[in-house]
Design a protein around this ligand. Sequence first.
Ligand SMILES: Cc1ncc(COP(=O)(O)O)c(C=O)c1O
Length: 438
Amino acid sequence: MKSRDEIEAAYRAETMASHAQWERSKSSMPGGMVKGAYWYPPYPIYMESGEGCYLTDLDGRRLVDFANHHTAMILGHSHPDVLAETARWLNAGIGLSAPTTLEAEAAELLCERVPSVDKVRFTNSGTEATLHASRLVRAATGRKKLAKFEGAYHGSHDSLEVSVAPSLQDAGDAASPEAVPEWDGMSRATEDTIVLPYNDPETCALILREHKDEIAAVFYDGKPGTLEIPDDFTRFLRDITAELGILMVMDEVISFRVGYSGYQSLCGVEPDLTTFGKVIGGGLPVGAFGGRADLMDMLDNTRPGSTVYQSGTYSGNPLTLAAGIANMKALTPDAYEHLDALGERLADGLRHAFTTAGVPARVVQRGSLLHSYFLDADTSVSDYRILTEHNGDLAHDLFIATTLEGSFTGKGEFVLSTPMDDGHIDDLIEATERVLVA
Ligand SMILES: Cc1ncc(COP(=O)(O)O)c(C=O)c1O
């Protein structure tokens, strides 16, 4: 592979308009971006438009989109049904000061697809969904603490943005992980949050038994396509939480994209509550949480004496719901079959490319979501701590180099969309081979 300097020089030469925009944006926004997640050195590419599975950047370069807006764009860009429905409600007035028919229609679609969901509420983001679910489980159980897994991200609020990517030094003993606040300025992380290790049933059982009278719920993202967590572990977690009277909240903000009824149906688990986001909004800002009727009905403020409240000016706004309904209707079982086949093709191709180039790597795939990690190929990536062995510099160089070859990935994350076909997958595999050999 070429050196970092060579790769970066080629990147700078091809992305001059993005560079100029970054310089301009820095004077009005910290770092020149609306969020840190967009950042990678030397500066990010700024995009102009998207259509199908393609993006066009400010320099007019067309890229196949393997990032798909942090996994949200499962139909790619400008899907005709999503555009038509959104335009219809755009013309209808946007914010109508009262409920619309869209809310129940979107809720019914989710309830039909996901057997564990009896009732649902919409929010503007996955963060809001996990925040309101946190309040609900605390109110329902009268307990204050939440348990979550080391390495899991559930959005940016104080009780759950804990031990998302702690240094091994801060993370403490694997058998009793520390609760490490992710950022300065957060409150009460250690008082509110108990951290569990992925894929270690014995340790999880010990911690949960010890704290069962304090924990309202376990928040759990099974991370299909990101970590190699056996479905058995997810079933174990359902069983032990049920046994101990702890609620289980399955965070499907990302994992809902791996199956028609989400990841929970693939592993045969029915959580008490589920949080959603990303793909259910057709690309517009969205979140939702839903589950058992007895829990969700605590939010029914028409009942006298209700004490839990959830709000948000734009929660369930017509544009988001119109886009989301069109999006969910287009996500048929056939669409998932197509995505699954593309995912397997890409995983096989990447594994072959890395092996041929003599690069130790592990490729993790479930449905339309994949990750590649540069570490010992025989190491199962089954918990957060193993990921710290991953060679991030190599992943970064490969990301920049394959971007120059026309495929925009998520820095080691590969997210597929329905407009893709075998040709797009093969182009990325061949680009990866070319870059590794160059
Ligand atoms: C698993 C998971 N939960 C929650 C969130 C938060 O969602 P949002 O970014 O819409 O607030 C994310 C965001 O990436 C996520 O990956």
